[in-house]
Design a protein around this ligand. Structure first.
Ligand code: IPE
Ligand code: IPE
Ligand code: MG
Ligand code: MG
Ligand code: MG
Length: 321
């Protein structure tokens, strides 16, 4: 089964999610309506709802219940993207202008907050307090990850461990809880819930490493968002960490990063990082995480959703956007 087939097999349920997403931001303040539908209509992979739906199939699957967590998780993701583009000063997202560039930073902050609040109000329809604790914890961790990233800009001595902890917080946890909560609201076996949580964590780690690789290897056209933007801002991701240690030209790299002289040397810096072997190394690390994710799947009961999760993982391994 290919990814398109998986989306097709989930088509009617994903349509309910889309409908729910649109309804969530249907309101009578025209400006907020416009800004929040702007990103929604631009599309996106909807990978978090897909994980919720597939994980939900390991319990007593009821789309009416499962969507009450799938919709909030995609909305939370969207809200963080609107804020992320302010922080990262990004002009494009999903092939469109970002809210911050089409409107401005102030509007983008409230758009993100508004979408966030809508997410939480939909989630309150689920009464299990454990769900809300998990959700709140993930959001809190995300903020910590993003704040630490800001504090660590241009830190050429950033370690591998610090990087891994950061991407766990800013990305992997939300994907992990998409799997965990999908299974939890469907009252799946506790063992299955933890398995899916771990699967989502490993996939999420690989997901952000892939995103950080694509920032070096992709084009704005392919990604729908700016390429090369991490190093431009002084954000030291895995390919750069590797280059700072092992590149033959690491002295130059170190000097420019320490002096925050990225822009005038941008193309040479990117070349040094690309030629350092840092991209291949990052791919190997991502592969290790994808491998761990797939091994978790082995222990799941043999449902069609298990094959589907494997197929989604394969897609994420090969993605170039
Ligand atoms: C982008 O997430 C932000 C990261 C966590 C890397 P996605 O790659 O899932 O973005 P969309 O939703 O498909 O646009
Ligand atoms: C995404 O990190 C993390 C979030 C929590 C939004 P990035 O800043 O790398 O995401 P993109 O590349 O802009 O999508
Ligand atoms: Mg960012
Ligand atoms: Mg960004
Ligand atoms: Mg990125």
């Amino acid at each position: 089964m290919k990814l398109a087939d998986i989306y097709r097999s989930l088509e009617s349920d994903l349509a309910k999610i889309e409908e729910g997403l649109e309804l969530a931001i249907d309101l009578d303040v025209p400006l907020l309506y416009e800004t929040s539908t702007h990103l929604l209509k631009a599309g996106g992979k909807r990978i978090r709802p897909v994980f919720v739906l597939l994980s939900g199939q390991f319990g007593r699957y009821d789309i009416e219940k499962v969507k009450k967590i799938a919709i909030p998780l995609e909305l939370i993701h969207m809200a963080t993207l609107v804020h992320d583009d302010v922080i990262d000063n990004a002009a494009t997202r999903r092939g469109q202008m970002t809210v911050k560039s089409k409107w401005d930073n102030k509007i983008a902050i409230y758009t993100g907050d508004y979408v966030f609040a809508k997410a939480l109000s939909i989630a309150t329809e689920l009464t299990n307090p454990r769900i809300h604790r998990i959700l709140a914890n993930a959001i809190r961790e995300m903020c910590i990850g993003e704040i630490e990233q800001i504090q660590d800009l241009y830190r050429s001595d950033l370690t591998f461990r610090q990087y891994l902890l950061r991407i766990k917080r800013k990305t992997a946890l939300l994907i992990s809880i998409s799997c965990q909560l999908g299974a939890l609201v469907s009252e799946a076996d506790e063992k299955v819930v933890s398995l899916l949580k771990r699967f989502g964590y490993y996939v999420g780690m690989a997901f952000q490493i892939t995103d950080d690789i694509l920032d070096y290897t992709g084009t704005e056209q392919e990604l729908g968002k700016p390429a090369g933007s991490d190093i431009r801002q002084g954000n030291i991701t895995l390919p750069a960490i590797y280059a700072l240690r092992y590149s033959e030209r690491r002295d130059k790299l170190l000097k420019w990063i320490d002096r925050k002289e990225i822009e005038p040397h941008l193309s040479e810096i990117i070349t040094i990082i690309r030629e350092s072997g840092g991209i291949d190394y990052s791919r190997r690390v991502a592969e290790t995480y994808f491998g761990k994710a797939k091994r978790e799947l082995n222990h799941l009961p043999d449902l069609s959703a298990k094959k589907d999760l494997l197929e989604v993982t394969h897609f994420l391994e090969q993605r170039n956007y």
